[in-house]
Design a protein around this ligand. Structure first.
Ligand SMILES: NC(=O)c1ccc[n+]([C@@H]2O[C@H](COP(=O)([O-])OP(=O)(O)OC[C@H]3O[C@@H](n4cnc5c(N)ncnc54)[C@H](O)[C@@H]3O)[C@@H](O)[C@H]2O)c1
Length: 423
């Protein structure tokens, strides 16, 4: 039986560990957070897509969580699913990858397959990760196999999960690629071999940069379409009828999450650091998408003005404050800069989100500590304005529109009317 250690038990690592346990592998989920490990071993999941029942099934199948890196010694395969955040100056923070690699280097036995899954710039596996894993005592491709395999999980996606999302693998040697392919084939339907680790790393950044740039494209088009009195939402629906050569992206209040706003910056940083020039598409997309929540604030100002109201003193209800629908993840959520700007303008901000019982918004005047209103429809009825940010599946949007005297729909879900304004 394959003994697997998955380092990092977050949004990516936990579902992967449980899918492997379901397939009959002996799995240890290693994490540095003792409280998280205790919680997982007690059968309580912290991830939306992993129910307590699924975790219980994993525990029954032999999955266990641990903080003890000594478990790496007995592993046949090690997956690394640690975060890859940005530093304060916007560069890649490889600290978690480096510390995981050092822990592996201290314990790894010859014959082990080590795979990095964290999203990072091309070259990380070879230049940063492998030297720390191998040290002076081991050689890649003979003693230890090392590969990169991008994590493509899409939290909240009911159709595509770990098993049926094709997995790209690229090793530091052809033998490493084959070892990674054979490993994933045990519990993933389709495994795709990249030419090498750099190509697998680049594939992931291409996927996320593609989304980032296309979201920015429609967010920019939305601005001038509004001024030209063109319904861009309708234009997108029409374009989307073309059966080839077009993929629909729709405007919104900005991008969020751990991936889209962060990963392209890894690539542009790498290009600038190594080659000295800018990856202009990414820089422009970041500029447009970062400004999107502030544009929403401006459009709310305009809508309130039409209703003869000032933002200053208006009560504004934000509906859905996570970074995308049907998840509880608040990372990089555009709701934060929007709430901050509205508060700066003197609005009284409240919110509803069943996934987020309480919410902290840092503003210039200190942290705003908010609690979700209980009844979104009643609160909408009492607010001067409602901003629909994330259309969680639990919302009855028509009822929300009927309850609101002014609703700004940032997702194009409602037909415009006297009270419903669409971005
Ligand atoms: N969340 C997503 O939707 C998603 C999708 C695709 C790819 N990714 C990528 O996957 C990687 C992981 O993201 P995530 O969302 O799962 O992060 P996360 O923050 O949810 O989880 C990471 C976990 O790793 C643990 N950790 C950090 N350093 C550690 C170390 N040195 N040793 C052991 N554990 C450590 C943390 O305690 C945390 O529990 C990132 O590179 C991310 O870009 C994420």
């Amino acid at each position: 039986m394959t003994r697997l250690v998955v380092i990092g038990q977050g949004y990516v690592g936990l579902p992967m560990a449980l899918e492997a346990a379901r397939a009959g592998l002996a799995v240890v989920g290693l994490d540095t957070q003792a409280s998280l490990v205790a919680r997982l071993n007690a059968g309580r999941s912290h991830i939306d897509d992993v129910s307590d029942a699924a975790l219980a099934a994993g525990l029954a199948a032999g999955y266990t969580a641990s903080t003890d890196a000594a478990c790496l010694r007995a592993a046949d395969v090690i997956l690394v699913c640690v975060p890859t955040p940005l530093t304060a100056d916007g560069g890649p923070d490889l600290g978690p990858i480096e510390s995981a690699a050092r822990a592996i280097g201290a314990h790894v036995a010859p014959g082990t397959l080590v795979i990095l899954e964290s999203t990072t710039y091309p070259g990380t596996t070879e230049e940063v990760f492998a030297p720390l894993v191998l040290g002076d005592r081991l050689s890649v491709g003979t003693d230890v196999h090392i590969a990169f395999s991008p994590e493509r999980i899409d939290p909240g996606n009911a159709t595509y999960g770990v098993r049926n999302t094709p997995k790209v693998v690229g090793g530091l040697t052809p033998a490493c690629t084959r070892a990674a392919r054979d490993f994933y084939a045990q519990f993933i339907d389709t495994v795709v071999e990249a030419k090498g680790a750099k190509e697998a790393e680049m594939a992931k950044l291409l996927e996320n940069t593609f989304r980032h740039v296309n979201i920015a494209l429609v967010n920019e088009m939305m601005r001038f379409s509004h001024e030209l009195d063109i319904d861009l939402w309708d234009a997108i629906d029409c374009a989307d009828t073309k059966p080839f050569g077009f993929m629909a992206f729709r405007p919104g209040p900005g991008v969020g999450g751990h991936c889209i706003p962060v990963d392209p910056a890894y690539l542009s940083h790498r290009v600038k650091a190594r080659l000295g020039y800018a990856f202009r598409m990414v820089e422009l997309a970041a500029e447009i998408n970062t400004a999107a929540p502030l544009y929403v604030a401006g459009r709310l100002w305009e809508a309130l003005n039409e209703h003869r109201l000032a933002v200053n003193g208006a009560s504004v209800l934000l509906v859905g404050v996570t970074y995308k629908p049907n998840v509880s993840d608040l990372r990089e959520s555009p709701a934060v800069p929007l709430a901050k700007r509205l508060t700066q303008w003197g609005a009284r901000v409240s919110y509803h989100d069943a996934h987020v019982p309480s919410w902290r918004v840092p503003t210039d005047a200190g942290v705003l500590e908010l609690t979700s209103v209980d009844d979104v429809y009643a609160a909408a009825g009492g607010a001067d304005a409602v901003v629909l940010l994330q259309p969680h599946a639990t919302y009855d949007l028509d009822r929300l529109a009927r309850a609101s005297s002014l609703l700004l729909d940032t997702r194009g879900r409602l037909a415009p009317s006297g009270s419903v304004h669409r971005l």
